[in-house]
Ligand binder design. Structure first.
Ligand SMILES: Cc1cc2nc3c(=O)[nH]c(=O)nc-3n(C[C@H](O)[C@H](O)[C@H](O)COP(=O)(O)O)c2cc1C
Length: 196
């Protein structure tokens, strides 16, 4: 059974990125996957402290806070879904806080290790980025996905997918676009049945 972990990066529980992620996750569950969802905005946590304890004395992040169970769940997942609005051309600070803490997944001396050996995670995980952007111009903010795709590849996410909606601003905008939800559902079904 495929194990999917979904992190909601928006503070809006029924916002556009959450609605798209939910469509993906529900269809994946119907197709047999196990899905665990965390709403990051409900958790209390700090960003990476740069203490390097995870490179010197520990194999995991030494901070003990709301992200601790999230980091453990992501370690064990086959598919990670990261859902976020575009905020000032970036992912939300809620999601960035999680991403920085994934530094703890990197092996000590990771920079000098060959690709494929840098991560403490089992290789072959799949990353899905779900991005909701208010601006209608599709050529804006296209850098977000490839930047994080590159960085999370170091952590062992060797397959990646993007679900992106432009021109969604108010809550309910994505829910009113059946083609978006269908794209999310199709991807959810594919991910649930893919051989990991
Ligand atoms: C603080 C803030 C910053 C935003 N910055 C951008 C931006 O840089 N580009 C953009 O296209 N939309 C921007 N938006 C609009 C959101 O991306 C848009 O409303 C999106 O659908 C919200 O997703 P959600 O419903 O999942 O929260 C911003 C919204 C807020 C509240």
């Amino acid at each position: 059974m495929r194990n999917i972990v979904c992190l909601l990066g928006s503070p809006r529980p029924k916002g556009n990125s959450a609605v798209m992620a939910q469509a993906l996750c529900e269809s994946a569950e119907e197709a047999g996957a196990r899905v665990t969802t965390f709403a990051l905005n409900k958790l209390t946590y700090r960003g990476c402290q740069g203490c390097l304890a995870c490179k010197k004395t520990a194999e995991t992040c030494v901070l003990d806070d709301g992200l601790t169970p999230v980091l453990a769940a992501v370690r064990a997942c086959d598919v990670l879904v990261l859902a976020t609005p575009v905020y000032f051309g970036e992912v939300t600070s809620q999601l960035k806080g999680f991403i920085d803490r994934t530094f703890s997944y990197l092996q000590a001396g990771y920079a000098h290790l060959p690709r494929g050996q840098r991560s403490r995670l089992t290789p072959g995980k799949t990353l899905v980025f779900v991005i909701a952007q208010g601006h209608p111009r599709e050529d804006l903010f296209t850098d977000i996905f490839p930047r994080y795709e590159y960085l999370l590849n170091w952590q062992g996410f060797t397959e990646s997918h993007l679900l992106r909606a432009c021109s969604v601003y108010h809550q309910g905008d994505a829910a009113a676009r059946p083609e978006l939800l269908e794209e999310a559902q199709n991807l959810g079904r594919r991910l649930a049945t893919a051989q990991g």
